[in-house]
Ligand binder design. Sequence first.
Ligand SMILES: Cc1ncc(COP(=O)(O)O)c(C=O)c1O
Ligand SMILES: N[C@H](C=O)CCC(=O)O
Length: 423
Amino acid sequence: MNSKELFEKAKELFPGGVNSPIRAAVKPYPFYVKKAEGAILTTVDGDELIDYVLAYGPLILGHQHPRVKEAVEEQLELGWLYGTPYEAEIKLAEKIISHFPSIDMVRFVNSGTEATVTAIRLARGYTKRKKIIKFDGCYHGSNDSLLVKAGSAVSHYGVPGSAGIPEELSRLTLVVPFNDVETTEKVAKENQDDLAAIIVEPVMGNAGVILPKDNFLKELRRIADDVGALLIFDEVITGYRLGLGGAQARYNVIPDITTLGKIIGGGFPVGAVGGKKEIMEYLAPSGPVFNAGTFNAHPVTMIAGLATISELERDYVYETANSAAHAVVKAIEQELVSKFGGVVNHIASMFQWFPKVEKVENYSDAQKADRALIERLHTELLKRGVFIAPSMFEAWFTSAAHASDIVERTIDVISEVAKVLQA
Ligand SMILES: Cc1ncc(COP(=O)(O)O)c(C=O)c1O
Ligand SMILES: N[C@H](C=O)CCC(=O)O
């Protein structure tokens, strides 16, 4: 069956035809993958696509990296699920602790969502307070406490949050604009007695890419300390994408709790909560805050994560991924920004173009950009063999597999598309 036929069938089986909403945004219908290798996806229709989505971030080494594949194959020979502790989880935790300045202890879970759910519960349990500050347009997974004014598919489909979440719970989530120290401080002080945590994507990656200004993250640290709340960095995207220590090492700001996911599982389902020992010891069975999981610290994930992070310790990965991003950003600026205007927000190997606006420093700036143009760009690039996210409220990602020939092909396609794209 081809992609069109498969999607027709899928619509009978899955709500909207998919198992995660953003996948249905690929037009005219989502393509189905037959295989993936390096930077290339091959579809069941026989098309080869250069992949700038990389499964929404995890695949910083590209698809089927030989070291990861070899490690997983070796693991499969030993069995793949034990329901007992396994040495690989210790090795992966040690690596993460060695790289992330704020992390003394880790709890592995199965997704970024589980990580943020656990982090919020931990912050509430530790502080014995209820309220949370989050930032407009930040996305922290499908987490009941944080699906308020969220980014990613929530923004793409234009829903303010989600039905099914009790108003009593949403009221505990206070939303403030990213990069706005004054409002954050005001709201934190007004709710000081009951504020458990401030949670932030230190670089926003779910409303396009939006960078923290000046001392914004340092100011969040100060405000959290002033009101006795915990600072949570959601580094599910930025962890290992911005470098070995994530955003916290890059910006030199130490949160109390960090959530990780995506890259640390090497392409297998994963999440992690990390933090200071004193806080982490509140998790069961040491402490009273519950978290558990049949698949927590899955052996295959631990092995794949370990192989991935070991590879990241070799300089070539960040060098290749970052220089690919730099070259593609330059091409977008030359071919697209020059014609349509706008700004490209970029850091390391993640970026997004916001057409027709001069700056994007928060979610309301992002909403003023021409998102429909990005959706048309997505369609035109896809027709010519380049796959980018179907929404402006996502990011482009590059990997160690985005070698110069792949980048050159992409640049040629961008200049071809620039000629046909209509404002
Ligand atoms: C910053 C951030 N936090 C949390 C999540 C949730 O992760 P997952 O999709 O693995 O549940 C995502 C992505 O979905 C994310 O980008
Ligand atoms: N932006 C989301 C996570 O980072 C995209 C993943 C998804 O919703 O399927």
